[in-house]
Write a protein that binds this ligand. Structure first.
Ligand SMILES: C[S@@+](CC[C@H](N)C(=O)[O-])C[C@H]1O[C@@H](n2cnc3c(N)ncnc32)[C@H](O)[C@@H]1O
Length: 160
């Protein structure tokens, strides 16, 4: 598969899953949304459309989002998420979306030494995680794959 096709698959899987959570996610009534990996802000912009009633806090090592998709300063957390995210463990997020996979297995393996634990800790019971990397953690119950999404492409979980 070309990298272009792979990218398009990832983006459509991400959008389909976030729309699914918006429509059928049964999220906790209260609680913020965390966007782990703000990047250009495309997903942040989509999260704002889907979950506009909630506070959305975005994380990245540096701010590089499009002007139209940049969080308010109080809703952006700059720095290495492995460190900055610790302060948000126990904050009872309703939804955590993480898009920090690199496509390099060795780099992603390091990320996976801390990301699942952090995401599980950020979520409220019943909250949902949506991630481009698999989050293998005892407190995260895998949810059924959507038909439109290829096996292993994008993942979602409910916090037990
Ligand atoms: C694939 S991009 C996210 C794209 C985003 N969903 C969008 O719509 O533009 C991943 C982003 O996560 C950030 N990132 C990856 N790993 C990180 C880490 N460990 N700490 C902080 N930021 C990280 C990168 O700087 C990059 O901007």
């Amino acid at each position: 598969m070309s990298r272009l096709d792979s990218f398009i698959n990832r983006m459509s899987a991400q959008r389909d899953l976030l729309n699914h959570v918006r429509d059928h996610g049964d999220l906790p009534e209260e609680g913020p949304v965390f966007e782990i990996g703000l990047g250009n802000g495309r997903t942040f912009s989509h999260l704002r459309e889907c979950f506009g009633g909630r506070r959305i806090i975005a994380f990245d090592r540096k701010l590089a989002s499009h002007a139209s998709a940049t969080p308010e300063p109080e809703n952006f957390v700059e720095g290495e998420i492995r460190e900055t995210g610790q302060a948000f463990v126990g904050k009872n997020a309703a939804l955590v979306h993480a898009d920090i996979g690199t496509g390099y297995p060795d780099v992603d393996a390091v990320t996976l030494t801390w990301l699942p634990q952090m995401v599980a800790g950020m979520l409220a019971p019943g909250g949902v995680a949506v991630s481009g990397l698999p989050l293998d953690h005892a407190d995260l119950q895998p949810l059924p794959r959507l038909e439109s999404i290829q096996e292993g492409r994008y993942f979602h979980y409910r916090r037990r």
